[in-house]
Write a protein that binds this ligand. Structure first.
Ligand code: HEM
Length: 460
C-alpha cells in the first residue's frame, strides 16, 4: 500500500463466545452478520467461526491491496489434497485452483470468452431466451417463481453456448443437485462442526448421490463429444484439444470434469440470481420499469435483441449494473494469506482467512451517494464511485471473473428480450436476500407475468 494510503485499525467483533466465536450469529444470518458488523464496527474487522479467524475488509483500498497489488500473497483457500467448501463440488477447476494449474487452465479457457466469440454467442443466448419465453404463453397472468425461472433460462444459455447441447430434459435434477451440493459446500466452509464426508449421515449420502449425478452428466458430455468427433468451436472443444506446451499431454479426465462443471455452475448461478434481483428491483420501482420498457420498445421495435442493440440500450445496461451493485451475486471474495503480511497497517498472519466484503463496498456511504437507493441513472450521469474498487461485482485482479463480458452481454440482452414482451409484477410482500455462496432471494420471488403486446413472431 502506498505511503499516502490511510492506515486502518482492526476491530474485534464483540459477542464472541468460547470455542464457537461468532458461529451462532453467522450461521443464522450470514449476510446480515457481515453487513451489521461492518455498519456497527467499521471497515476492518476480525471475527471467529469456531477455530477459524476471519478478517472482513470493506474498504476499496484494502480490496485493491488484497486482490490486485498483493494478489500473489492472497491465494484461494482450497487444497486439492483436502477439498472443502466449493472444492468438494468443483474439484480443482478455474474457480478453486491456484498456482500453475490455474494459470495454465485460465490460458486454455480464456479464448472462448474473447469478444469475437461473445457476439456470436449473443445470438444463441437470444435464441434460447425466445424459446424459453415462448413457454410462458400458457402461463400468462400466472404467478411464477422468477428466480427458479431465471435459473432454468441461464442454465440452458450456458449449456447451449459452452457445450452446444440442451439440458432442458435434466433441468429440474440439475437445479436440485446444484442446490444440495452448494448448500453442502457452504456449510462445510462456514460450519467447522459439520461431519466429514465419510461419515454415513443422510446429508452426506444425499451429497454423494447428487455429485454422482453431476459427474455422470459431465463425463457423459465429454464422452459424447469425443465419440462424435464433431467440432463446435465451443468450450468443450477447447478443453478436449488443449495440450501442454512442454509435454504435449492433454487434460486428464478429472481435470476436464472439473473445468466443465466449474463453467457450468459458475456460468449460470450468478447470472440467474442477478436477473432475478433485477426483476425484483424493476417491479418495486415503477418509474424505472416504465423507462426500461420505453427504451426496449423504441430500440427493438419488437425485434429479438442482438449484441449490437446493447449499445443503444444504455438504460437497460445501467439497470443491470445497478442491480449488481445492490445485490452482487458474489457478495464476498474469499482469500487466505500465503505468508505473514501487512495490509493497510494491519498485520495478518500466514493462513489468515480474509473476506473482501463486496456487498458492503457496494453500499459504502463514503463512496456512493444514497447507496441504499436503486438509481440506475447513477451509471449514466458519470456518478461512478471515486474509487474503482468500490464496485467489483466480478471481482478484481488476476482472478477477475472470466465470464465478465459474457455476463455483461447476457444480462441486459435477456432483460430486453423478456421486457419487450412481459411486464413482471411482484406477487409477494417481502423478499429476503440470503447468502449461500451466491446471493439468492430466500424462497424465490413470486411474480405475475403480464403480457405487454400482442405476441409477435420471433425473428431468430
Ligand atoms: C453476473 C454474473 C457473474 C458474476 C456477478 C460473477 C462473479 C464472479 C466473481 C466475483 C469472481 C471472482 C471470485 C474470486 O476472486 O474469488 C468470478 C470468477 C469466475 N467466474 Fe464469474 N460471475 C458471473 C458470471 C460468470 C459466467 C457467465 C461465467 C462463465 C461462463 C463465470 C465463470 C467464472 C469463473 C470460471 C471464475 C474463476 C476465474 C478465475 O479464478 O480465473 N462467471 N465470478
Amino acid at each position: 500500500m502506498s505511503d499516502s494510503s490511510p492506515s486502518f485499525t482492526l476491530v474485534d467483533v464483540p459477542g464472541a463466545v468460547p470455542l464457537l466465536g461468532h458461529l451462532g450469529a453467522f450461521r443464522q444470518r450470514p449476510l446480515e452478520s457481515l453487513l451489521t458488523w461492518w455498519r456497527r464496527h467499521g471497515d476492518t474487522l476480525r471475527f471467529r467461526l469456531g477455530p477459524k479467524t476471519f478478517y472482513l475488509f470493506s474498504h476499496p483500498d484494502l480490496a485493491e491491496e488484497i486482490l490486485v497489488k498483493q494478489s500473489d500473497r492472497f491465494v484461494k483457500v482450497y487444497n486439492p489434497q483436502k477439498p472443502h467448501g466449493l472444492a468438494l463440488v468443483l474439484g480443482n477447476g478455474l474457480v478453486t485452483s491456484s498456482g500453475e494449474v490455474w494459470k495454465r487452465h485460465r490460458r486454455i479457457i480464456q479464448p472462448i470468452f474473447h469478444r469475437s466469440h461473445i457476439a456470436a454467442m449473443a445470438d444463441r443466448m437470444a435464441q434460447v431466451g425466445e424459446q424459453r419465453v415462448a413457454t410462458w404463453r400458457d402461463r400468462e397472468r400466472d404467478t411464477i417463481d422468477i428466480a427458479a425461472e431465471m435459473m432454468q433460462l441461464a442454465l440452458e444459455v450456458i449449456s447451449q453456448t459452452m457445450f452446444t447441447t440442451s439440458m432442458t430434459q435434466h433441468t429440474d435434477r440439475i437445479s436440485y443437485a446444484l442446490q444440495v451440493s452448494i448448500k453442502y459446500a457452504f456449510d462445510s466452509f462456514s460450519n467447522p462442526l459439520s461431519l466429514p464426508l465419510w461419515v454415513p449421515t443422510a446429508r452426506n449420502r444425499e451429497f454423494r448421490s447428487v455429485m454422482q449425478f453431476m459427474d455422470g452428466l459431465m463425463y457423459g458430455l465429454l464422452a459424447e463429444r469425443r465419440q462424435s468427433g464433431a467440432n463446435h468451436d465451443d468450450l468443450l472443444d477447447l478443453l478436449l484439444q488443449a495440450r501442454d506446451e512442454e509435454t504435449g499431454e492433454g487434460l486428464s479426465n478429472q481435470e476436464l470434469r472439473d473445468e466443465a462443471l466449474t463453467i457450468f455452475a459458475a456460468g449460470h448461478e450468478t447470472t440467474a440470481n442477478a436477473l432475478a434481483w433485477t426483476w425484483y428491483l424493476l417491479a418495486t420501482h415503477p418509474e424505472a420499469k416504465a423507462r426500461f420498457h420505453e427504451e426496449v420498445d423504441r430500440v427493438l421495435q419488437r425485434r429479438t435483441p442482438n449484441a449490437e442493440d446493447l449499445e443503444h440500450l444504455p438504460y437497460t445496461r445501467a439497470i443491470f449494473e445497478e442491480s449488481l451493485r445492490l445485490y452482487p451475486p458474489a457478495p464476498a471474495v474469499h482469500r487466505k494469506a500465503a505468508t505473514n503480511t501487512m495490509v493497510g497497517g494491519i498485520s495478518l498472519p500466514e493462513g489468515a482467512f480474509v473476506l473482501v466484503g463486496t456487498y458492503n463496498l457496494h453500499r459504502h456511504p463514503d463512496f456512493w451517494r444514497n447507496p441504499e437507493q436503486f438509481r440506475p441513472d447513477r451509471w449514466l450521469d458519470g456518478g461512478r464511485p471515486s474509487s474503482r474498487y468500490a464496485y467489483m461485482p466480478f471481482g478484481a485482479g488476476p482472478r477477475t471473473c472470466v465470464g465478465l463480458h459474457f455476463a455483461s452481454v447476457e444480462g441486459p440482452l435477456l432483460l430486453a428480450l423478456i421486457g419487450r414482451r412481459y411486464d413482471l409484477h411482484l406477487a409477494q410482500d417481502h423478499v429476503e436476500p440470503y447468502l449461500m455462496v451466491t446471493l439468492r432471494p430466500k424462497g424465490g420471488i413470486r411474480m405475475t407475468i403480464q403480457p405487454r403486446h400482442v405476441p409477435v413472431a420471433s425473428s431468430v
